[in-house]
Design a protein around this ligand. Structure first.
Ligand code: KG4
Ligand code: ZN
Length: 362
């Protein structure tokens, strides 16, 4: 998937081959990314990627079991890495750097990727760079064939986060608003649970909503008129619970509730994104994170943005949810800007909680 990336002023001129390792939650994602430079212009390519999903393993518990997640990452990460190198026809000695998800996420799961990345990097005498998982998500639309240019507004909607950011460049993130309680993905997952759809909930709710009847139920749009760019979804979850208790949950009622929930969610995310574009005076909106795969959200955002003279950029659908490519890519951008230095100290940490706007600029 070759693409041109708006990297700004990058002065180095050699190529850089970066392995990316994502193990923050329930996917072992690995990818190989190459930046190629000539005369100050850079093109880039995702050479190979592979993903092992733990969804089936966790499904019988109704959610992610952290200890099982860590153990499965240990089993998978090296075979998946070998698979990616073989698919790209490269050897481990060809690597110029290794990027790994340093946080936020499950501490044990993060430690697996961090340990493997730092161990390999030490053995190969190449740099390892810890990447913020959400930075991976929000830079992932730059991997598409028609990438946005900085600055843009990013709507980050994942299982653990719901944030609006002003993105001026790599590592130049200003928080505009965020959820005060549940994340959007979490609300999808809880709604799915209430409707007996299992885990993970987002795709299941979205599929069921396709058969829902519009206007049968109307759910609240929390904080729609709060005058700021914050979100709240715990009240919406309670409203779904109350509605579900009042109904006989046959298939049609579940579909109607799923649609009412999704419409409320999409309305709030769309209105706040539009307000963020207006407040910042920017024209481009980037949508990233698992909930960004939601088709109704994409349709609504694109329509409303277009009506108001804005443009929305999405990652390739396969790059919306967790993957190694976004980590390899963010790592390549940070390494090419000289972070960390080759003399970097060989200790490493993970950060289960980590604010995106605390990152240093590249
Ligand atoms: O970004 P992601 O893969 O992992 C985190 O960083 O959290 O996001 C996972 C979240 C889950 O809550 C999942 O239910 C939700 O994204 N999700 C969706 C869809 N696909 C995944 N939510 C709504 N519609 C979808 N199609
Ligand atoms: Zn994620």
């Amino acid at each position: 998937m070759p693409s041109r990336v708006p990297l700004g002023q990058i002065v180095s001129s050699s190529s850089m081959l970066v392995l990316g390792i994502e193990t923050s939650c329930d996917e072992t994602g690995v990818a190989l990314f190459e930046l190629l430079g000539s005369n100050g212009a850079w093109s880039s390519g995702l050479l190979a990627q592979a993903l092992h999903s733990q969804v089936q393993m966790h499904a019988e518990y109704g959610g992610v079991v952290p200890e099982l997640a860590s153990r499965d990452h240990i089993r998978r990460v090296l075979p998946v890495t070998r698979q990616v190198l073989a698919a790209a026809g490269r050897r481990v000695d060809d690597l110029d750097g290794i990027a790994y998800t340093q946080g936020p996420g499950l501490a044990g799961a993060l430690l697996v990727g961090a340990g493997i990345a730092n161990g390999l990097a030490y053995a190969l005498a190449i740099p390892a760079v810890g990447i913020h998982h959400l930075e991976g998500h929000l830079l992932s639309p730059l991997l598409s064939v028609d990438p946005p240019a900085f600055p843009f507004v990013a709507l980050l909607v994942s299982g653990g986060h719901t944030q609006l950011m002003r993105v001026a460049g790599v590592g130049r993130y200003e928080l505009l608003g965020e959820t005060v309680d549940d994340a959007a993905g979490e609300a999808f997952d809880k709604t799915a649970q209430l409707l007996g759809l299992g885990y993970p909930g987002g795709p299941a709710v979205s599929r069921l909503a396709e058969r829902g009847r519009r206007d049968r139920f109307k759910l609240p749009r929390p904080m729609l008129n709060s005058g700021d760019l914050n979100f709240s979804f715990s009240g919406l979850k309670t409203a779904v619970l109350t509605l579900a208790r009042q109904q006989t949950l046959d298939e049609q009622s579940c579909a109607d509730i799923a649609l009412a929930f999704q419409e409320a969610m999409v309305d709030v995310l769309t209105a706040k994104s539009l307000a963020a574009l207006e407040q910042t005076g920017l024209d481009s909106l980037v949508v990233a994170g698992g909930v960004g795969a939601n088709q109704q959200l994409r349709d609504e955002l694109s329509t409303v943005a277009e009506e108001n003279g804005h443009r929305v950029y999405y990652p390739e659908p396969s790059l919306c949810t967790d993957n190694g490519a976004m980590i390899a890519f963010a790592g390549a951008l940070r390494l090419v800007h000289g972070q960390p230095s080759r003399e970097a100290v060989r200790g490493f940490t993970v950060q289960a909680r980590w604010d995106l706007d605390a990152l240093p600029p590249a």
